[in-house]
Design a protein. Sequence first.
Length: 353
Amino acid sequence: PCREQPIFSTRAHVFQIDPATKRNWIPASKHALTVSYFYDATRNVYRIISVGGTKAIINSTITPNMTFTKTSQKFGQWADSRANTVYGLGFASEQHLSQFAEKFQEVKEAARLAREKSQDKTELTNPALNITSHQVLPSPIISSNGPGEDKLFRSQSADVEITTEKERLKKMLSEGSVSEVQWEAEFFSLQDNNSKLVAALHEANANVDQWKKQLSAYQEETETLRQRVAELESQGAHDSSSENNKEELSQTLEELELLIKAKDEEIQMLKSQKCGRWEAEGEREETLQKLQELEARNAELEQRLRLAEQSLAETLAEREKLQGEVTKVAEIMDVKIFELSEIRQGLAKLVES
């Protein structure tokens, strides 16, 4: 099982040195990645790990002789001799770079202490490694002849080599099991993401078909509204001619009103003259006849005025009704055009995704 524990994580743009020139930086991904410090309790080592997609971008084991160097306010680097490369990290701020550098120093010190403890354990568990150049071998080895002593020394050296080889194999197996668990977890994560993407794709396709139908219906409705607007505009042109007629009618009404006013004054004058004495009967009859004609003319003019006022009121009412319909149709068209714009934006986003 994987016993690696995350210690510290941050976000940064990951780079690797160009193996050909050893001068230029090659970006490991287009976006910033999560870079984390891990502690492997099984092997008692510290590592820096960053995964991009299904690929391990950084897998660097920290050793006491490593050094993290700040090359600018937001960029730092370190060399990994085991991976035969140099890693570079670009941070979003100077504070993030300082935090990463401080953690690197802490982990580096912890790796040094872990190595010293490991060496102490090795010296305690391997007696052959405790023999220094100033120590004297036990008497059985001294009493033996030269070839026998050489044979025993070789046997002890072989034991040390076998122990070291076993430790190396254990490390390889441990690394293999850790990698296997990591790849298996990533595989299941990819399967889950793939199923979600397939479901989202099906749903998007269904939405596209529905939006296409709705768009077609809106286009037909928009065409109908455009025809209606054209009709209303033609009626508006006709209304302009009727407005000219209305002006003429208003002018005629004003003339009739003036004429009626003049006739009323003449009638009043004749009525006043009627109250007086008439000098001659013939003049009286003529005046009465003229008065009757004026009254008939006045009644006719009043009838024409009423008809003209009624026609004017009907024309104004019809014009207001047409203006209301034009306004209503314009509002409907604005709403439909806005809905069409939203549908087109949705289709554009869907096509981009």
